[in-house]
Design a protein around this ligand. Sequence first.
Ligand SMILES: Cc1cc2nc3c(=O)[nH]c(=O)nc-3n(C[C@H](O)[C@H](O)[C@H](O)COP(=O)(O)O)c2cc1C
Length: 191
Amino acid sequence: MASTPLRLLLIAGSARQGALSVKLRDAARHVAETAGALTDVLDLRALALPLYDGDLEAREGVPAGASLLRDAIAAHDAIMIVTPEYNGFPTPLVINAFDWLSRLKDGLAVTASKPVALLSTSPGALGGLRAMNYLRQYLQMAFQMLVLPAQQAVGRAHEAFAADGALADAKAASTLEGVVKAVLKEAALRR
Ligand SMILES: Cc1cc2nc3c(=O)[nH]c(=O)nc-3n(C[C@H](O)[C@H](O)[C@H](O)COP(=O)(O)O)c2cc1C
């Protein structure tokens, strides 16, 4: 790891309290901090971005929340996104925020070549794997992000966490550690 701590921004794609994706985000955050990274979480709901609307954009410009997302990405060496799965797809909260980001003049400048690791959660057996793979394609193709090969889908997530917030299963916890360390390593190489 580099001598100055790496900065990792963690984003969960849920719009509800008690979200499984927030639990996984926080477990990943703990792993990253243990590995020596400085971490921040970004609450996508707090950006208060309306559903993308071209008429609103023409009338009022891109909402301020998109600039907050841009600045948060720019201020970090690496990103982790935890997406839930809605009908096999990433949540509208994630897609809508990045769609607005893409409408900023300099929005794509901050995402290009930025290392990002993906995680997904679901109470189902596949753990949101389908959604995560769409998100991979979306971020690579449209945003030119460097999406790490390492990823993790946590299935049966409603029973996956121990009382301390860590993943209860030792193999799953070790996979999470591997994903976190992989994105930090990639970020360190790019400094
Ligand atoms: C509109 C909608 C669609 C869903 N589709 C899926 C799905 O395709 N696959 C799946 O595993 N779970 C699906 N679920 C269940 C979610 O995985 C579950 O609600 C989960 O807790 C949401 O993530 P969160 O806890 O981070 O909010 C769906 C839930 C909603 C509300």
